[in-house]
Design a protein around this ligand. Structure first.
Ligand code: PLP
Length: 372
């Protein structure tokens, strides 16, 4: 076991900014002013208020969230949203409405299948036959005018396929269908115009904090769709009315989200800045792949390559395994691809320092020299 921090390319839960961990360590035994740790105080106490409110304010500032959007902090991860979205947004006409799903990889596929347990789903685009290498463009999409919503996943974490623009927004707004987005793995990685979405959500453990809290940004008018007969903890409107505190929220996870968003605002200087840093890191790795003469093969078509997750393969599975093991010895860890697709994957979220991407790039060059 290593005693020192390594470059951790985990897809999630993922690397957190070092200054955030240091601050949490500093305050672990005693949150200033509280006389106890953040885990030992009431979520309704004066000491906790600035944490949950601060996390919300920070997210509002970072993303310029318009005033007619509410921010919720819920539990159950992204997967619970796969179910809560149809439960709430189908509204009272569950029997008669349907929703449009754009399936661009493993996570949107799973979301469509979970939503299908609740109501009727139309898959209006499916990238499976083409190996989930790209996203659709507007002209390929035919959104049903009376769909309850259109669902997309902005960044497919497993396949490494990301929208550079959201092609459905124009067409969706033309027919006035709200766009719903799973942004779990690119949330807060770049500026995004929230007004093009009806609902955007992200589990925290990729880019915004630890596992245990999920952030939902929802346009106010959509809250009125929640039917009365669903349990309160699954009911967006009741959750919003109670400021995400119908019951005890995940206090420690929220505290870390507050620190991560403080770091983004104050240390990094906002989402324009982190976007530049993220693109630099991704460019290093994709350039290495492109210059390797086919030794390293990426997955996504170039225009849809993810800035956050870089999956790649070597000429054989044996070499994949050898690469992963030797990288580990060199202090570059968690580079295995998702269990469903194999290969390798470097996740380079906000908190991965540029030095980490440089170290991986250099290792790739060296490995190719020895094994190519
Ligand atoms: C990680 C991830 C999920 C699943 O998140 P959980 O919190 O484990 O449910 C869903 N969607 C995307 C895009 C993800 O990256």
């Amino acid at each position: 076991m290593s005693e020192k921090r390594l470059y951790n390319f985990s897809a999630g839960p993922a690397v957190l900014p070092l200054p955030v961990l240091q601050k949490a360590q500093e305050e672990l035994l005693c949150l200033p002013g509280a006389g106890a740790s953040v885990m030992e105080i009431s979520h309704r106490s004066k000491a906790f208020e600035p944490i949950i409110n601060g996390a919300e304010d920070n997210i509002r500032k970072l993303l310029n969230v318009p005033a007619n959007y509410r921010i919720l902090f819920l539990q159950g991860g992204a997967l619970l949203q796969f179910g809560m979205i149809p439960m709430n947004l189908f509204g009272k006409e569950l029997q008669t409405v349907s929703a449009d799903y754009i399936v661009t990889g493993s996570w949107s596929k799973k979301a469509a299948s979970e939503a299908g347990l609740i109501g009727r789903i139309n898959t209006i685009w499916d990238g499976k036959a083409a190996g989930y290498k790209r996203k659709p463009v507007s002209s390929e999409l035919d959104i049903n005018e009376d769909a309850a919503y259109v669902y997309i996943c902005s960044n497919e974490t497993i396949e490494g396929v990301q929208y550079q623009q959201y092609p459905v927004s124009a067409s969706a707004s033309k027919v006035n269908v709200p766009l719903v987005c799973d942004a779990s793995s690119d949330f807060l990685s770049k500026p995004v115009d929230i007004s093009q979405f009806g609902l955007l959500y992200a589990c925290a453990q990729k880019n915004a904090g630890p596992a245990g809290v999920t952030i939902i940004i929802i346009r106010e008018d959509l809250l009125d769709r929640s039917p009365d007969n669903i349990p309160s903890l699954l009911h967006y409107k009741r959750l919003a009315e109670n400021k995400s505190m119908l019951n005890t929220p995940p206090t420690f996870a929220l505290y870390i989200v507050k620190l991560v968003t403080d770091w983004l605002l104050n240390d990094i200087g906002g989402l324009d800045k982190i976007d530049i840093l993220n693109r630099e890191k991704a460019a290093l790795l994709y350039a290495m792949i492109d210059q390797s003469g086919g030794f390293y093969r990426g997955h996504a078509d170039k225009e849809y390559r993810s800035v956050m997750n870089v999956p790649f393969r070597l000429p054989s599975e044996e070499l994949d395994k050898k690469f992963e093991a030797e990288a580990k010895s060199a202090g570059l860890v968690t580079l295995g691809g998702h269990r469903s697709v194999g290969g390798l994957r470097a996740s380079i979220y906000n908190a991965m320092p540029k030095e980490g991407a440089v170290a991986l790039r250099d290792f790739m060059a060296d490995f190719q020299k020895k094994n190519g």
